[in-house]
Design a protein around this ligand. Structure first.
Ligand code: ADP
Length: 273
């Protein structure tokens, strides 16, 4: 069963102005429930704009977005309910923390879902523990925490809504390798819970090779490819032509990375022109 389906999805910024830009151009895509999908592509290829459609943050200029087989802009559809089902973690989500305490920040989403106090409390504690925050963090101000901890608070706030579709836009940007591995490990664990689908926008070929089953390659506002990691990396020259750093001896390195071996980072960071 598909969790995401788009039909002729098109999105244009600033229509009718000199800044007009079609960021998504006639995209037809179908993603099955339970996948862990890496979204890759050069800067400006349309990744962020595309994923923001999946929780109804932006409305298509034309075309359709179906989440869980429901046209989310169809008549009578409650877009708020779609947002609870499809949780979106923005880039640098810690900039959106605003409550006085970590607890209140994580509780914000579940509160909007109109859950009762007991359920909200359960979810806040569960999500906080899941991302590795301790009990004593909950009453602190988010601004007293380290960068990695703030990021985890922001992610917990989305997880507390228990979205069956979790979408993350570069969730590890700016974190050190330890913080990065920790967050990606938690995302992997969330994916492993029954039926959850994860979309991860990433610049790191190492990360997507290690964690994702499928890759969605965006190029110039279109989906260039949507296939298994192995199949996409087999097109190494084409992908490099888009300015992406793709490992050379792909299959072996994908397997090593998945088995948890440290893979020399230069293998994954060969930038092409
Ligand atoms: P990516 O996430 O792959 O870097 P984006 O979806 O952010 O790509 O951007 C796709 C295109 O849309 C780019 O050309 C970008 O400059 C343009 N764009 C993004 N946001 C806006 C905006 N708010 N107004 C106008 N153009 C935008």
């Amino acid at each position: 069963m598909s969790i995401i389906k788009t039909e002729h999805l098109t999105y244009t910024y600033s229509t009718g102005t000199p800044f007009e830009k079609t960021a998504i151009d006639d995209v037809n895509l179908e993603i099955e429930e339970g996948e862990f999908v890496g979204v890759i592509g050069h800067t400006g290829s349309g990744k962020s704009t595309l994923i923001q459609h999946f929780n109804g943050l932006v409305k298509p200029t034309s075309g359709k977005v179906m989440i869980d087989n429901e046209d989310i802009w169809g008549e009578g559809v409650d877009i708020r309910a779609v947002r609870f089902k499809a949780g979106l973690v923005f880039q640098y989500p810690e900039y959106q923390l605003f409550e006085e305490t970590v607890y209140k920040d994580i509780a914000f989403g579940p509160k909007n879902m109109k859950l009762d106090e007991e359920e909200i409390d359960r979810r806040v504690r569960e999500a906080a523990a899941f991302v590795g925050l301790k009990e004593h963090h909950l009453q602190k101000s988010p601004f007293e925490l380290s960068g990695g901890q703030k990021r985890r608070v922001a992610i917990a706030g989305v997880l507390a809504m228990r979205p069956k579709l979790l979408i993350l836009d570069e969730p590890t940007a700016g974190l050190d390798p330890k913080g990065r591995d920790r967050i990606l490990g938690q995302i992997k664990e969330y994916h492993e819970q029954a039926g959850n689908t994860v979309l991860l926008v990433s610049h790191s070929m190492e990360d997507v090779a290690k964690y994702c089953g499928k890759l969605l390659v965006m190029n110039q506002a279109k989906v260039y490819m949507y296939d298994t990691v192995e199949a996409v990396f087999a097109h190494v020259e084409e992908i490099r032509g888009m300015g992406l750093a793709v490992p050379q001896i792909s299959r072996i390195f994908i397997e090593l990375a998945r088995a948890g071996y440290p893979v020399p980072s230069n293998v994954y960071t060969v930038e092409s022109a």
